[in-house]
Design a protein. Sequence first.
Length: 289
Amino acid sequence: MNDHVIVGVDGSPESRAAARWAAQEAVLRRVALRLVHAVDWPLDPVFPGLGRQDVDRWADHALTEAAQELQRRHPEMEIATRCLAARPAAALAAEAADAGLLVLGSRGLGGLVGFIIGSVAVSTLVATDTPVVLIRVADDPDGPRIGSDAEVIVGVDIRESCDLVLAFAFEEAARRHCPLRAVHSWKMPPAYAYVPFFDPDNERDVNRSVTHMVEDMLMPWRHKFPDVDVSHSVFTGSAGDHLVRASQGAGLVVVGRHLRRSPLGTQLGPVTHAVLHHAAAPVAVVAHE
């Protein structure tokens, strides 16, 4: 059964924050937690003079230290560790194949919000169908940002099925006993920019129609999760920009990623890309058709 939580651990402050967040998520889900460290051997020359045994000892120490800290915090939790000799992205994606969630740490952008998305995180995101959550040090559950009343934000698109994304978002809101807000953004067709006498009522009519479509999309999920306090916001303009603004003070932002492949390989869409790089909260990426 795909239920346990996986977290990548490398001894950095970002991975320690991710491990603490993942442990709390495992508690909410009442499942086991697995800490994974992967070393791509031979090491990059940035680590001169380190032998295989040195690296293995360091990796074992990082995993043991993280596991012991989390076990002290959550003595009833089942915690396992794995140290793998493989490319980190491939190893994490393989480990996540039978998991319910994969959690990764990411460097924050200093005094700004958002993430620095490294090559390992991007490669892992596009290599797994398992939902992935990215965490910064600022998202550490020991810090001031995490609160039981912090809402879950979910980006929805009325032009396609969002069932997997909505299922994940509603389940997270239900676990946290917090509100959920669906955010949708739309734009008038480019041709309207050249209409000399554009009637603003047209835009208002479209906005009302889009709002009704979002309400219809949410209706079955309201019935399935009657205890979740659900709201929605419909905007015109960039979906990424509105989701980033909505992330301020949120507990989690949920976005989708298409599983379809382009000739250049699997890509992150522009909205997901914008949210990953600029959101002020943990970001969950849910793969869907």
